[in-house]
Design a protein around this ligand. Structure first.
Ligand code: SF4
Length: 229
């Protein structure tokens, strides 16, 4: 289709909530208009453990027939039309979360349907030209959906904490220390690359002799054994 025919709605708004509302409105308008539309960095909301999480896909395309497609742009190369399988897998899992978030908006939009195939855009071979491939994320979507329904709700975790616990950075260090210590860690070595509390949780897990500190695969091999000793 000629690129000039696609609408590119302005999605700017204040704060993630405002941007998510603006995105939902743009999706509804584009679907009702029945043409092509490209939403550049829309904002989506998804409930995770009973609390809203805001997500920003690279783009979402609205088709004239009301279908919505997630577009994910990555920097790893597609060499001879194939890319590193683990990186494609990670991109598919990420896109599946966007699909789930989009489905919430589609459920209240007449004539809308979210495609379970996403468009993965990567550099072609060793150049800086883009190329794209369609990736089916039905499996990743089903797995993520199941995992989301099994997550412990934040209210339930909070209910276990002592009365008055707060994580306000403005409170005294020993108060904060006690608050953080009251939450049981679920440490795994992957935390080191992703979480600022990694050293704290690692020390706590090691002190308890938790097998999780050795990695998820070791944890899996050990079955019912929960401590290193
Ligand atoms: S390091 Fe972060 S992600 Fe890992 S268990 Fe601790 S708080 Fe959770």
């Amino acid at each position: 289709e000629p690129a000039g025919d696609a609408a590119t709605p302005d999605l700017s708004a204040a704060g993630p909530e405002g941007r998510a509302a603006r995105t939902a409105l743009a999706l509804r308008e584009a679907t009702a208009a029945g043409g092509w539309a490209l939403l550049d960095h829309p904002m989506l909301a998804l409930e995770v453990a009973g609390s809203p999480a805001y997500l920003e896909p690279d783009a979402v395309v609205v088709h004239p027939d009301g279908r919505w497609t997630v577009v994910e742009i990555k920097s790893f190369p597609m060499i001879d039309a194939s890319a590193d399988a683990s990186k494609v897998g990670a991109a598919a899992r990420q896109a599946a979360v966007y699909v789930l978030a989009l489905e919430r908006v589609a459920a209240v939009t007449e004539g809308a349907e979210v495609g379970h195939q996403v468009l993965l855009v990567c550099p072609k071979d060793f150049s800086n030209l883009p190329t794209a491939s369609v990736v089916d994320v039905r499996k990743q979507r089903a797995v993520t959906r199941r995992q989301l329904t099994r997550l412990t709700r934040i209210e339930d975790i909070a209910a276990e904490l002592p009365e008055g616990t707060t994580f306000d950075p403005a409170c005294a260090p020993d108060e904060l220390d006690a608050a953080v210590a009251a939450v049981p860690p679920a440490y795994a070595p992957e935390c080191l690359a992703a979480c600022e509390l990694a050293f704290h949780c690692r020390a706590k897990s090691r002190a308890e002799g938790a097998v999780e500190a050795l990695g998820r695969s070791v944890r899996g091999e050990l079955g019912g054994l929960t401590t290193v000793a």
